[in-house]
Design a protein around this ligand. Structure first.
Ligand code: PGA
Length: 238
């Protein structure tokens, strides 16, 4: 269901003290859904302390078994997560994750009733070569064709050149890409599904630029990295 969302992505940052500080923080109780994407090892404590909604930052493509170091969808759920982020550009780049693999991860999450935040975005090279559309379609089409998108799906558009660089897409640029993503979804699933899909912007989003970005009709909120590591900063974005 389309709704305003502020999603934190701590990446490989934080510690138990930060989990505690976040859990004790007085978060706004308005209509903005808050999602806290934390390293898996912190989920249980966050859940026990009442922090919600929680997201894993990745998931295994397997159900269980001999996959050393992997964390299954069942485990994320048991630890208290209701979402998982998949396809983040850092996972795609650092771990060579492909759409084929991400489809398997998505299926695991779906089987456990976990909601998906699916990240897509063009690289700097693609951006400079004017290949944004083909980059998005390469990442989007396989999951659309696999029939995975549903009313709970959240898509995060994160231009790779804007992640952690301090360089943000302008609200106009971001709006244009979000509208295209929504149109791609509509072309395969119909307008109603597309209109229900929350599409978040990510890439150096912070309290100072969030209002302009979030004012755009197709930008339903943000996936926030650096600015989600301090409760006050993240609260300002919410
Ligand atoms: P950033 O990260 O806000 O630090 O640019 C966003 C993300 O990678 O999800």
């Amino acid at each position: 269901m389309r709704k305003p969302i502020a999603a934190a992505n701590w990446k490989m940052n934080g510690n138990f003290a930060l989990v505690e500080a976040f859990a004790k923080h007085a978060w706004p109780q308005g209509n903005v859904e808050k999602i806290f994407g934390l390293p898996a090892i912190y989920l249980t404590k966050a859940h026990e302390m009442g922090l919600a909604e929680l997201a894993g930052e990745d998931v295994s493509a397997h159900v269980s078994g001999a996959h050393t170091g992997e964390i299954s969808a069942t485990m994320l759920k048991e630890a208290g997560a209701s979402y998982a982020i998949i396809g983040h550009s850092e996972r795609r780049t650092d771990h060579g994750e492909t759409e084929t693999l991400l489809i398997e991860k998505w299926k695991q999450l779906k089987a456990q009733g976990l909601k998906v935040i699916y990240c897509i975005g063009e690289s700097l090279q693609e951006y400079e070569a004017g290949q944004c559309d083909s980059a998005l379609l390469r990442q989007l089409n396989p999951v659309l064709d696999a029939g995975l998108v549903d009313a709970d799906t959240v898509i995060a558009y994160e231009p790779v050149w804007a992640i952690g660089t301090g360089r943000t897409a302008t609200p106009e640029q971001a709006q244009e890409m979000h509208a295209r993503i929504r149109a791609f979804v509509a072309s395969k699933y119909g307008q109603e599904v597309a209109d229900n899909c929350s599409i978040l912007y990510g890439g150096s989003c912070k309290a100072s630029n969030a209002p302009e970005l979030f004012a755009k009709p197709d930008i339903d909120g943000g996936l926030i990295g650096g600015a989600s590591l301090k409760a006050a900063d993240f609260k300002a974005i919410i």
